[in-house]
Design a protein around this ligand. Structure first.
Ligand code: CA
Length: 252
């Protein structure tokens, strides 16, 4: 009577063992948790050719032609590009979460960017947002404090994702300039690309007087399995291997 285990090809045993060894090594080396490449260019909005603020609307560059590198405005050319510096009346008005510059749209205005993707691949997008406002020197008060959400969309051949774009706390409404008046929160979304290019758009509220939405620190990267998922995969592969008659290594 033949021994089934003895007839198993050595290569059949080597493949799963190699796979397990590679995955275990990745886990132990921390490779699976390495920071992925950000597909969004200038997601911090810090890069630009120039920035000219409006004389009556400090720190807002919606009419000056100032544009963050890599991003495109709506055809109305009014979506705001904003900065925290220099100080106005001796005070810092805004508090971006990443650097000095950020974007702020309202009244349906938007900023967008298109980046390369691979069809069928899952991506993770992170961004920070806040209900915003503009400081208008003519009124000496905050202008159009954000109260209604805008929308963030990702579009390939079809619409891949549409989500609310909002803050977690109301923006200031008074006439006192504060150093850090806007409450930022980070958000994470996932999507699966259906083409080689995907367009990301941040749009302000279309509700009249819905107010500003501030956005900063945007990143899109290939979704990385959590370490727990890798361990579960290892466990599953081990089970398959044992079920196939691989057995545990024996001492000689
Ligand atoms: Ca920034």
């Amino acid at each position: 009577m033949s021994n089934v285990r003895a007839t198993k090809s050595p290569s059949t045993l080597r493949i799963p063992l190699t796979t397990l060894a590679v995955l275990a090594t990745l886990l132990m080396c921390g490779t699976v948790s390495a920071t992925p490449v950000n597909l969004v260019a200038n997601g911090s909005f810090e890069q630009n050719a120039f920035f000219v603020e409006r004389s009556d609307f400090p720190r807002v560059a919606d009419l000056s032609g100032s544009v963050p590198t890599g991003w495109t405005r709506d055809s109305g050319d009014l979506a705001e590009y904003m900065t925290r510096s220099p100080a106005y009346l001796g005070l810092t008005i805004y508090n971006p979460v990443d650097g000095d510059y950020f974007i702020g749209a309202h009244d349906g205005e938007w900023w967008e960017q298109t980046f390369a993707t691979a069809t069928g691949t899952e991506y993770t997008m992170t961004y920070s947002s806040a209900y915003g406002a503009g400081w208008w020197s003519t009124f000496s008060t905050y202008y159009r404090p954000g109260v209604m959400p805008g929308q963030v969309t990702l579009t390939g051949n079809a619409l891949l994702l549409a989500a609310s774009l909002a803050g977690t706390s109301p923006s200031p409404t008074g006439n006192t300039l504060l150093d850090a008046p806007f409450v930022w929160s980070q958000h994470t979304l996932t999507f699966v690309a259906d083409s080689s290019l995907t367009r990301l758009r941040f749009a302000g509220s279309t509700v009249p007087n819905g107010g500003f939405i501030f956005i900063d620190d945007v990143a899109v990267a290939v979704a990385v399995p959590e370490p727990r998922a890798i361990w579960l995969l290892l466990l599953g592969l081990s089970g398959v291997w044992l079920a196939a008659g691989g057995g545990w290594p024996r001492r000689t």
